[in-house]
Design a protein around this ligand. Structure first.
Ligand SMILES: Nc1nc2c(ncn2[C@@H]2O[C@H](COP(=O)(O)OP(=O)(O)OP(=O)(O)O)[C@@H](O)[C@H]2O)c(=O)[nH]1
Length: 486
């Protein structure tokens, strides 16, 4: 600082001061910026734990470049360099200002594309997850140390805790941690849906209006987050942001087992389909099986012989029934006189939906992609597309929400979840080794393989250490590589 503004006193820590910056070594003859704002933050109470000097200079790139190139002249050996990507965060971690769970939360915050992803990421930044894992780790290490002491001094008369009581105390702690880990893993799975996107499959017979619905949802209720990608000729995917939820919408090939509401018991006509179409349907089935939400679409069609029918596909309805979150929609409600729609939909419920186990009490949502397309956007809910979005958001909330008391668990990342699973495995093995011991049962306690039990505790603690980065030295280097390379 003294080199840049030689005849001025250093700014008061944490206060902004206006200073003229000079090119060092020019006896104040060459001005770099005539009114820069300078702020000095002395360590260790800074973001990195080290001293930080902030220079706020005027915004032209020439000024910025001049100041940056003047910096090497400020120190004797002239050695100065730009920070590596993520280096400030890494230093914050090294200086104990952040734990690894917070570092990961920061990386999730930077990567967040939707509101729900941002909220989940912010939850992880409080440091409470890291503190919880560190508490668990310490108590497991303590338990392990006591167990090892027991191995070494078991024969010592002065050892004041009996093996049975030590083992049952530790087992109680282990059961508490196991119960909490289950909650954390569940929360991690839910948060993964927010991060990676909820998979939504649109299924139905050909021509039901699947592509039209997808276009309407994108046009009215969602924005495309990243470009549409055709994964195959038959499944078109788009990553959508629907009210803050990232979801991947998959428009699939139409299933050819279409029938009508009047013919639920009919055997399907043998339809010859080409190999490409067959492959499309096979992929649509696979996609349905992997989806978190299924939308089964049917449509109102005019009969050639006169009158109207609802064309649906039984297989897609059954696939929807098997999925915990599903919507059944009837499209093209504009195609039928208003008075005829009610009876037709009632017949569809009675003769079709009530016979598909899982859909028996479902009322289909009536939509018209045509009305949604044609009507002006100031109408309340043209064609019912907003209602579909409402129902989807409700399904998304069901799949991802956590009770208020567990909100911080939204910060559990996939890496942490995997380590928690490993920790759980070890603790379960500990439980197996020690399961027959209760406080009074000295006999059973003597038969326990204490070395094995202690080893399971050590491994469980090391998994937790890998989460916070406070584990064994070799581990930490490896973890830092994984996290900071992002
Ligand atoms: N009257 C009416 N026609 C519609 C509606 N929605 C879609 N259509 C028409 O139905 C036809 C099929 O629509 P698509 O959206 O291509 O149907 P799809 O289910 O994607 O068809 P496939 O890709 O063959 O499986 C098109 O001619 C649409 O214009 C609607 O709400 N009302």
């Amino acid at each position: 600082m003294a080199a840049l503004c030689p005849n001025k006193k250093a700014p008061k820590p944490r206060y902004a001061a206006v200073r003229t910056l000079f090119l060092p070594g020019t006896q104040e003859s060459e001005i770099l910026d005539s009114a820069a704002l300078v702020l000095f933050f002395p360590g260790p109470q800074t973001v990195t734990g080290e001293d930080v000097l902030e220079l706020h200079v005027h915004g032209g790139s020439a000024t910025v470049k001049a100041v940056l190139s003047a910096l090497p002249r400020c120190i004797a050996d002239g050695h100065i360099r730009y920070a590596e990507p993520g280096e400030f965060t890494k230093r914050a971690f090294m200086n104990d200002r952040l734990d690894l769970a917070q570092v990961e939360a920061l990386s999730e915050t930077l990567a967040a594309e939707t509101e729900q992803q941002r909220r989940a990421a912010v939850r992880g930044s409080s440091g409470s997850l890291g503190r919880t894992y560190e508490d668990w780790r310490r108590s497991l290490l303590q338990a392990r140390a006591e167990m090892e002491a027991l191995i070494d001094f078991q024969e010592d008369q002065h050892f004041d805790e009996s093996p049975a009581s030590l083992i049952s105390n530790v087992s109680r702690q282990v059961s508490d941690i196991l119960r909490s880990i289950e909650l954390h893993e569940m929360a991690g799975q839910r948060t993964e849906l927010l991060r990676n996107g909820i998979q939504v499959a649109l299924l139905g017979p050909p021509n039901a209006g699947k592509s039209s619905l997808m276009n309407q949802v994108v046009g009215r209720e969602a924005s495309i987050v990243s470009g549409e990608s055709g994964t195959t000729r038959d499944i078109i995917e788009a990553n959508l942001d629907i009210r803050g939820y990232l979801c991947t919408f998959a428009d699939t090939a139409g299933f050819r087992t279409a029938t009508t509401s009047g013919a639920v018991d009919a055997t399907y006509p043998e339809i010859s389909i080409g190999a490409v179409e067959e492959e499309g349907i096979r992929r649509a089935r696979t996609r349905a099986a992997q989806s978190d939400v299924i939308i089964a679409l049917a449509s109102v069609e005019e009969r050639t012989a006169g009158g109207y029918e609802i064309v649906y596909d039984l297989e897609t309805l059954k696939l929807a029934a098997a999925c915990p979150q599903r919507l059944v929609l009837v499209n093209k409600t504009d195609a039928i006189p208003k008075g005829d729609l009610g009876p037709l939909v009632r017949e569809f419920r009675e003769r079709v939906l009530k016979r598909v186990s899982g859909l028996d009490d479902i009322a289909p949502t009536l939509i018209s992609c045509k009305e949604a397309r044609n009507q002006s956007s100031d109408q309340q809910d043209p064609g019912g597309v907003r209602l579909v979005a409402d129902q989807l958001v409700l399904a998304f909330q069901n799949m991802t929400s956590l009770p208020t008391s567990l909100q911080d668990l939204h910060g559990v990342t996939e890496r942490q979840r995997q380590l928690l699973a490993q920790c759980r495995d070890s603790l379960e093995e500990y439980v197996q080794v020690t399961e027959n011991v209760d406080e009074e049962d000295q006999e059973a306690a003597r038969d326990i393989d204490l070395t094995m039990a202690a080893e399971h505790l050590r491994y469980a603690a090391s998994c937790l250490g890998r989460i916070t980065g406070r584990g064994e030295a070799g581990d930490v280097e490896e973890i830092l590589g994984v996290i900071f390379e992002k």
